[in-house]
Design a protein around this ligand. Structure first.
Ligand code: DI6
Ligand code: FE
Length: 409
């Protein structure tokens, strides 16, 4: 599937209620008695049914939505979806009292996923990832960002990015790939972080860029990973290669990762539990989106919440994502993620829904093409069996998706 022949067709979804999530509208940009028209995979009209121009509906196949709600297709803008095996054993160790850091020191943690990924073929990675992707798709997700970061050498980073790219030919979904080579120190680096950063900037990123395997570059800036100075070297190379950057920042301590990301005009800074006011102000000024990841906070029982009030006060845009990964967030439900963002962090329903649509698109640099119901954007839609949008955030473990449309189909 995928490709040009999937983008044909002319359809109108009528008798619907729309949460358009357009920028600047009050709340969710709600349209009662709405309609969406799509032609060749693009939205040509989204608004009140009574105002739809005749041309938008002419010759179209019409779908009666019977009063159901239509939102933009959901976007998961931060995942580590491609990995091999899982780490349920470490979960058991943590339940018996070990901390995430202790597990890592006992040979578990990211490095155990590196071993498994290196041992898996590209085909095996695709096969193991598809059930996770399918779980997201089943909830109306139409765009997924997928990071590397369990390869940690040129060949294995490229293998995981190729596997990620292949997901888009296996399923009707948009995939954006991110090279997260600066995720952890592989065993063969023997503790030399600077030498590994040389490898990332000098070899891995150039090879990944030469094969056009990544749409962005990410890193893990943390005491247990890489310093701001080391991340800056990775970002300098990314910029030189013409790739936008993102950052895992301030998750477990405040290394001023948010401000670093902002200085490089990052698309997003993610986690942000320890971000301070300076970091929030810098992000607002740079237009760097704050990606809120409640799954990891919940799963490793963090205690410090991201400073949402600072983000609101400074006008930082907030996305919400699963952070789906085997170690700290084995989560493949964006609906449950919204519930966690609301329950654990106090995000509002409107913030949650914008966070998995418009702001997630912004965090991927895709706002021009998706994330809202607006003429000119891709016809990526989710149609829900609900009577009010809050139901999408309120429920836990229930999926009210009625239909999912990707590029008009
Ligand atoms: N932060 C996280 O929480 C994950 N990666 C990262 O940079 C952890 C990934 C793992 O434990 O496998
Ligand atoms: Fe992550």
């Amino acid at each position: 599937m995928g490709g040009a022949n999937n983008r044909s067709g002319h359809r109108v979804w009528r008798n619907a209620r729309l949460a358009t999530i357009v920028e600047g509208a009050a709340g969710l940009g709600i349209v009662e008695k709405g309609a969406v028209a799509a032609h060749d995979g693009l939205i040509v009209y989204a608004g009140p049914e009574a105002d739809m121009p005749a041309a938008a509906g002419q010759g179209a196949e019409t779908v009666d939505c019977a009063g159901r709600w239509i939102t933009p297709g959901l976007i998961d803008c931060h995942t580590h979806l491609v990995y091999a095996g899982n780490r349920a054993n470490e979960f058991e160790m943590r339940l018996a009292g070990a901390t995430y850091e202790e597990v890592a020191r006992a040979g578990g943690g990211i490095v155990s996923s590196v071993k498994s990924l290196r041992a898996a073929s590209e085909d095996e990675l695709v096969t193991q990832t598809l059930p996770r992707l399918d779980a997201l798709i089943a909830e109306g997700v139409t765009t997924v960002e997928v990071k590397s970061g369990y390869g940690l050498d040129a060949d294995n980073e490229k293998k995981s990015l190729r596997a990620a790219r292949r997901l888009a030919s296996e399923r009707p979904v948009t995939i954006r790939t991110t090279c997260l080579a600066a995720h952890a120190l592989p065993p063969e680096a023997k503790g030399d972080r600077d030498a590994f950063i040389d490898l990332v900037a000098g070899t891995i990123l150039p090879e990944v860029a030469a094969e056009k395997l990544a749409d962005a570059v990410d890193g893990f800036c943390e005491g247990i990973a890489f310093s701001p100075e080391q991340m800056a070297r990775v970002f300098d190379k990314a910029k030189a290669l013409g790739l936008p950057v993102k950052l895992h920042a301030d998750q477990l301590s405040n290394l001023h990762g948010a401000a670093l990301a902002a200085r490089y005009g990052a698309l997003s800074a993610d986690h942000l539990e320890y971000t301070d006011e300076e970091g929030a102000a810098a992000m607002a000024k740079a237009g760097t989106v704050a990606t809120i990841l409640p799954g990891a906070y919940y799963f490793i029982r963090e205690t410090k919440k991201p400073p949402l009030d600072l983000f609101r006060r400074h006008g930082v845009k907030m996305a919400v994502a699963t952070d789906s990964n085997p170690g700290t967030s084995p989560l493949t439900s964006l609906l449950l993620t919204m519930n966690m963002a609301a329950t654990l962090f106090g995000m509002t329903v409107d913030e949650c829904l914008a966070g998995v649509t418009r702001e997630a698109a912004r965090a991927l640099g895709l706002l021009e093409s998706t994330g809202t119901l607006e003429a000119g954007k891709l016809a990526d839609l989710a149609i829900w069996d609900i009577v009010r949008p809050a139901e999408l955030v309120y429920r836990m473990g229930f999926n009210p998706l009625h239909a999912r449309i990707w590029r008009g189909q």
